[in-house]
Design a protein around this ligand. Structure first.
Ligand SMILES: *Cc1c(COP(=O)(O)O)cnc(C)c1O
Length: 564
């Protein structure tokens, strides 16, 4: 069993179950969907992450809309099995012992992919070391660096201790895992009987490593002062290999991964191009993200797909046949999903929403670049559109990172805007966004709204979840939507393509484009050309659901990155 696994996939976060708070947003959900599709396709993959015992937090909003955070108490044994194997890493000269907890993720054909969650909370470790696997993206950069040592170095060692001795590829899902390559480098040197790595070892490690970058802006890349790195990891010969390790006294985790990988990709075509221009010395390909279709499809659409597209879970390409599903049945399935959402919103937020009103959805991390408040740029215009052209209501959800003050202000602002757009527009901000709520919201709204500041949305995946449920996107042309948008066929664009936005005027222009599209395209189609609207829904499934899924994505990784 173990020895047959040839690909090790490392990710700081991974979303396997709504009850396991081991992810914070799109990166972790993508990791979970990747593992689920690997299991469906019987790819010999094993995944590694950290346990995050205290979870990514429980979000509460006070009456003013200000976010507060509580640790999540979850019963690890309900989800995971403790493994007897142990490994250790050295941090500041101390030995930190690590154990692993296992979950086997089963695919649609019965094959499984094991996922290991590393845990340093062992009695033999110091009090502080025991907390290293408690908080996802918590603490300062020193804490983060120690966590990344546990993930990268500890992960490689634990896989060996578990008996995985045929691993040919190591996949770093974002730079948090880059230390795995450093560990492999030193391991190669040791095995060759050398005290420190040389160029042969670098070449050998590069053949084994694959790196996926997710961040289109330099500020998003993890970096640490070399002085801190030396304090935590000790002084090592590799730190002096300039073409591998370091520039200007800083360790940049992205460069480390780039230097030690033979295959590097961005997560959408545009993101691949942007990454290529950021890192001109490296060849950067792209593999566009996807979602795990069976995970994100609502119950009513599952039933419909079973009836009209048998085998859709095994072959996501067959979702193209959604064009043959009668429109009345597509609408019926959609209304069932919408009913479930509206009941939830009215119960949780006392929102008084109506199932017959055009409902927009916006749910994702409350990072400011995503511009959750763009819809409210001109409140009077928004109210007039809803009054004169056709009513709209909007469902919001999303957590701000605990240290992201601006993100919290954004949530609070949205909370207050609810009052200002009444009675024409009803708005609800739901608490505690997670995978379960994500499924309910992406499937239950009529149109999925996405308004990032280009080029910052590397891919985005929530619009893909909407698409498999027949929910078209109304979106800025950034990330995956540049590939997924066929105007008026799979959804609608906001503004033009290819220009970065950073000024106040850009924002106003995007908002005006959003209002124009709502007024002249989306609202008329929804209320007055329902047949055409349902045709867009079917094309969202047939053209986008059939392509923007992790089954197609995993096949690309297998062909180009793992065994290419
Ligand atoms: C899909 C998902 C995301 C990613 O949303 P984007 O719009 O792609 O940023 C974030 N959080 C949760 C809980 C999700 O399910």
């Amino acid at each position: 069993m173990t020895e047959q696994r040839t690909v090790a996939y490392f990710s700081m976060e991974i979303g396997l179950e709504p009850g396991m708070p081991t992810y914070s947003g799109g990166l972790g959900v993508l990791a979970g969907d990747t593992v689920r599709s690997a299991a469906d396709l019987n790819v010999p993959l094993v995944a590694v992450s950290l346990l995050h015992r205290a979870g990514y937090f429980d979000q509460r909003l006070d009456p003013s809309g200000w976010q507060t955070e509580q640790p999540v108490r979850w019963v690890i044994e309900d989800y995971l099995r403790e493994m007897p194997a142990r490994a250790s890493v050295t941090i500041e000269g101390r030995t930190v012992h690590i154990r692993a907890w296992e979950r086997q993720v089963m695919g649609c054909g019965g094959a499984t992919v094991p996922v290991y969650f590393l845990d340093s909370d062992l009695p033999e470790n110091s009090e502080w070391d025991r907390t290293l696997t408690h908080f996802l993206y918590g603490g300062d950069s020193h804490y983060r660096l120690c966590q990344e040592v546990v993930l990268g170095v500890g992960g490689v060692r634990l896989l060996a201790a578990l008996g995985y001795d045929h691993l040919e590829r190591f996949h770093m899902n974002e730079g948090h895992a880059s230390f795995l390559a450093l560990e492999l480098l030193e391991e190669h040197a040791r095995q060759a009987g050398r005290a420190s790595p040389n160029q042969d070892d670098v070449e050998a490690v590069r053949r084994r490593c694959v790196f996926t970058t997710h961040t289109p802006v330099p500020a998003g890349h993890d970096q640490f002062p070399l002085e801190l790195v030396t304090r935590v990891m000790g002084d090592r010969d590799v730190f002096r290999m300039k073409d591998v390790f370091c520039c200007d006294g800083l360790l940049n985790m992205t460069y480390l991964a780039l230097n030690l990988s033979h295959y590097v990709n961005g997560v959408a075509k545009r993101h691949g191009e942007i990454s290529q221009s950021m890192f001109a010395r490296h060849a950067i390909d792209s593999i566009t993200n996807g979602v795990h279709v069976a995970t994100w499809t609502s119950a009513p659409f599952r039933t419909l797909f079973e009836q009209y597209i048998p085998g859709w879970q095994h072959d996501n390409f067959s979702l193209r046949y959604a064009l043959n599903i009668p429109k009345s049945e597509v609408w019926q399935a959609h209304m069932a999903a919408k009913q479930a959402l509206i009941e939830h919103v009215n119960r949780e937020a006392n929102a008084g929403m109506n199932v017959d009103v055009l409902t927009l959805g916006f749910a994702r991390r409350a990072a400011t670049y995503k511009r959750a408040d763009l819809l409210f740029d001109d409140i009077e215009r928004l109210r007039a559109i809803s009054r004169n052209n056709g009513a709209i209501q909007v469902v919001y959800a999303g957590k701000a990172h605990p240290c992201d003050h601006d993100g919290k202000l954004l949530i609070q602002r949205l909370h207050q805007l609810q009052q200002q757009v009444k009675p024409e527009v009803r708005v609800a901000y739901l608490e505690n966004y997670d995978m379960a709520l994500g499924q309910l919201v992406t499937a239950g709204v009529d149109v999925w709204l996405n308004t990032p500041e280009p080029p910052q949305e590397a891919s985005g995946t929530s619009g893909m979840k909407a698409a498999v449920n027949g929910v078209p996107s109304l979106s800025i042309l950034d990330g995956w939507w540049i590939e997924g948008c066929i105007e008026g066929v799979t959804g609608w664009s906001i503004g033009d393509n290819g220009r970065d936005r950073n000024t106040h005027a850009d924002r106003a222009r995007d908002a005006a484009a959003l209002y124009d599209k709502l007024e002249h395209a989306v609202i008329p189609a929804f209320y007055r050309e329902r047949d055409r609207f349902i045709d867009v829904m079917r094309h969202a499934i047939a053209l986008n659901g059939s392509f923007f899924n992790t089954q197609r994505m995993m096949q690309e990784y297998v062909l180009k990155a793992y065994f290419g």
